[in-house]
Design a protein around this ligand. Sequence first.
Ligand code: C2E
Ligand code: CA
Ligand code: CA
Ligand code: CA
Length: 279
Amino acid sequence: SKDLGRNSFQLYKPAMNARSLERLAMESKFKKALRTNEFKLCFQPQIDAKHQRLTGLEALVRWQSPELGSISPAQFIPLAENLGLIVELDIWVINKACQQIRLWLDEGVPFAKVSINVSALHFSQGNLVLAVQNALHYWHVDPHWVEIEITETSFISSLPEAKKVLTNLKKLGVKIALDDFGTGYSALSYLTQLPIDTVKIDASFIAKVPDEYGNSQIVTAIIALAKSLRLGLVAEGVEKAAQLRFLEQLECYVIQGFYFSKPLYPCEYVRFIAQKKFS
Ligand code: C2E
Ligand code: CA
Ligand code: CA
Ligand code: CA
């Protein structure tokens, strides 16, 4: 194939070391995985604990490799970024998520807006707005069903460029969530300079409430800030009742975490929603 031809040039270089051979092997496995549908999407419910309502679903990618077993996105997302393949993976995820929305609509399965993670590199490489627009159009999905999750890393290389991309995404009608808030190179001014709808409080902060005073104060401040700016809030990584109670006291009600549900494959999600615990 064309790819093999290009890579075989490198194979004959005497300086080829084990590391780059390994990288080459992973690259070909990853590309094959994209072609042969070894990636799957699962969906983690976001629950409004006050009204016991489902308010959203975060799409999370999984790689089930026949050769390597189940590989965590924490491992293969950085790999895909290094290999220059992250844009391709993001586009696959965007399309798969829209396909799933179309299925739920057609089958009458109750669901809520779906949040899709995109890599920060997708802001400098590729055309994110076009990818989202194409997928919505292809699957006949109304944009109000879709939210794009970005991280603060997306703004580092160029704030004006990030602003342009986000503004164009908003023009399509999709929502924007700022993921992992407070962990990156945060400048609070981003919150007013960019068209962000929702802030997701990072799980690393939630993990230490209510016991650690400093952490609890940070979470309290993030919630107050988001509320005063009229931004939506999601608390990530909520596992314990004590964490939920702490957040409820601060009137932060939208919860994503194992306390309510782990990420679910579509067949598991159907069972989850059929229990009618959440409307
Ligand atoms: P993230 O966007 O912060 O996603 C949340 C992660 O926390 C997920 O891990 C989820 O399974 C996990 N999680 C949810 N609730 C709990 C909880 O209560 N306790 C604990 N300990 N963990 C919880 P996952 O699925 O392994 O994803 C890891 C990261 O990989 C994501 O972090 C995201 O940065 C990236 N990622 C996942 N899917 C995609 C994707 O489709 N595209 C891109 N570009 N990145 C993705
Ligand atoms: Ca996320
Ligand atoms: Ca997150
Ligand atoms: Ca994260």
